[in-house]
Write a protein that binds this ligand. Structure first.
Ligand code: NAG
Ligand code: NAG
Ligand code: NAG
Ligand code: NAG
Ligand code: NAG
Ligand code: NAG
Ligand code: NAG
Ligand code: NAG
Length: 439
């Protein structure tokens, strides 16, 4: 097979491979893959037959256009293999100029009885307002209460983008929380700041997704766009317990099990070298690592991995970290100069003469290259060298070395392995560097 044909073959093969690769978005066969704009991957599904359990059953409400997915009362924004993002609920308290409460919404969310928890690492409670204090509470196995106070006198004091207690404050939630409650209160009933801030707000939502702006005091509509991250688990057992019943075990081919961060159960993930949906039979498919060649030479994809090799006309292990691939040249043998000893003081001209000779040895065209005998004779002519070195001619066809001893000279020690394309340059370079280096 000619090399062009071979490359073409590889390209076509890669294309077929990548088309088969999966992205973890699959549903059970015959199930609706999307609700509106939201992708519904198994273990989630629309309807009892399409989901792993009732907690993962998505209610796709088609009275909305586009349809909206819900889990219980919570609108789903995104489903992934590790997390669920839902729409948050903003708690609000608003006052009129004389300090009377005109509007109040408090937040009360419960995930008790489900494998969901509020992610304590990804979510934070954000409070907005210039006369606002918020009390947050949670319970299930743990009872917690917390809060923060945000105060400011004038609009000018408020710095957009920084949430540090002036117009905006933040407080975190504990790990494993399943119930959350927030109530927005006030100290002076907004009477001192009413001209620019008549309301206080609080919401639990994804960290770093919100950037504070004073203009949000009067226009809070987009606060609900910050999603709330929920962790989940597929079973309420640990991996160790779950593995004991293989029919009920949720982790399928080429996947492994891990306990959920909040210790509510276990989750599955594809093994290294595989990607796709670990909850489906044959959901985890081999990754074709060769698609962006990790090798220096030829990449061969294998189940769960890959291997590197070199084309026929070169040798090495084919890897980037290892020996890579070095081209064998059938016509021009690689010449290795093994040089030993140290340059005598004031012999720079001789070194240059040797370098010049070496350069000719590396000449592309065979005819212009001196024979080993000529080299020997020429070196003989360069007197004043006491130390020894040898020139080795490496026969690449058989990869054996026939050494020819040559009377040589003294220049910095080291072995310079060069090939016909780059050797000349690197040889000179290395010599110069060694010569200039202090001893
Ligand atoms: C699901 O598909 C979308 C679009 O095809 C892609 O952006 C997303 O990364 C996929 N999700 C996973 C988990 O592979
Ligand atoms: C869909 O949403 C509408 C409006 O919120 C609601 O009245 C209706 O009961 C929902 N339908 C289902 C099947 O949940
Ligand atoms: C504020 O609300 C109270 C109670 O509803 C009302 O009596 C009062 O007139 C209102 N003040 C203003 C300035 O609107
Ligand atoms: C609310 O308004 C009433 C009059 O309608 C007033 O007596 C009362 O003090 C006001 N409350 C606050 C907290 O300002
Ligand atoms: C949490 O609070 C509830 C009611 O206030 C109480 O019954 C329960 O014992 C508390 N749990 C813990 C762990 O303190
Ligand atoms: C409120 O903010 C949103 C987005 O920041 C913007 O699209 C909308 O026009 C604003 N509404 C008002 C009344 O300013
Ligand atoms: C675990 O889940 C099973 C089935 O979903 C349920 O019957 C059982 O009560 C759950 N156990 C606990 C401790 O929640
Ligand atoms: C294993 O799980 C299946 C399906 O949930 C159940 O029917 C079966 O009784 C379980 N077996 C044992 C030994 O617990």
């Amino acid at each position: 097979m000619s090399s062009e044909l071979f490359v073409l073959f590889l390209l076509l093969w890669f294309r077929v491979e990548s088309a088969r690769a999966t992205n973890g978005n699959e549903t059970l066969p015959g199930c609706q893959p999307k609700c509106g704009n939201v992708i519904i991957p198994y273990p989630f599904g629309i309807g009892a037959k399409c989901s792993i359990d009732s907690w993962a059953n998505i209610n796709c409400n088609t009275t909305f256009d586009p349809p909206k997915p819900f889990i219980g009362d919570y609108e789903v924004v995104q489903l992934s293999q590790t997390e669920v993002r839902i729409k948050n609920f903003v708690a609000v308290s608003c006052y009129n100029q004389s300090g009377n409460l005109t509007d109040q919404v408090f937040t009360s969310m419960s995930l008790v009885g489900t494998p969901y928890t509020f992610s304590s690492t990804k979510n934070i409670v954000t409070v907005l307002g210039c006369d606002t204090m918020v009390l947050t509470r949670g319970s299930n196995t743990l009872n917690y209460s917390s809060g923060c106070i945000s105060i400011c006198d004038t609009k000018e004091n408020v710095i957009d983008g920084t949430c540090s207690g002036i117009g905006c404050c933040e407080t975190s939630i504990p790990k494993g929380l399943q119930e959350f409650y927030a109530l927005v209160g006030t100290i002076y009933y907004h009477t001192k700041v009413w001209s620019f801030d008549s309301c206080g707000y609080a919401f639990l939502g994804e960290q770093n997704m919100y950037s504070f702006k004073a203009s949000d005091f009067t226009n809070s509509s987009h606060l609900t766009d910050i999603p709330l991250v929920l962790n989940f688990a597929v079973g309420n057992q640990t991996c160790k317990q779950a593995k004991q019943n293989s029919t009920a075990f949720a982790c399928k081919d080429n996947s492994y099990c891990y306990d959920s961060v909040d210790h509510t159960g276990y989750l599955c993930s594809c093994n290294e070298g595989y990607e796709g949906n670990p909850y489906l039979k044959q959901g985890c498919q081999d990754v074709n690592e060769c698609n962006n060649n990790p090798c220096k030479g030829i990449c061969t994809n294998t189940q769960g991995g890959y291997s590197c090799s070199c084309p026929d006309d070169s040798y090495g292990d084919g890897t980037k970290e290892g020996t890579g691939c070095t081209k064998r040249n059938k016509k021009i043998p690689v010449i290795q100069l093994t040089l030993a000893g140290i340059v005598n003081e004031g012999k720079t001209e001789q070194v240059h003469a040797v370098a010049e000779l070496a350069k000719r040895c590396l000449n592309f065209k065979g005819e212009e290259r001196p024979s080993m005998k000529e080299v020997a004779a020429e070196l003989e002519g360069l007197r004043g060298f006491e130390k020894h070195a040898s020139v080795q001619k490496v026969n690449e066809e058989s990869r054996t070395r026939e050494s020819e001893s040559v009377d040589l000279y003294a220049i910095p020690s080291g072995v310079y392995s060069v090939d016909s394309s780059s050797g000349q340059y690197s040889l000179e370079k290395k010599m110069m560097r060694s010569m200039n280096a202090p001893r």
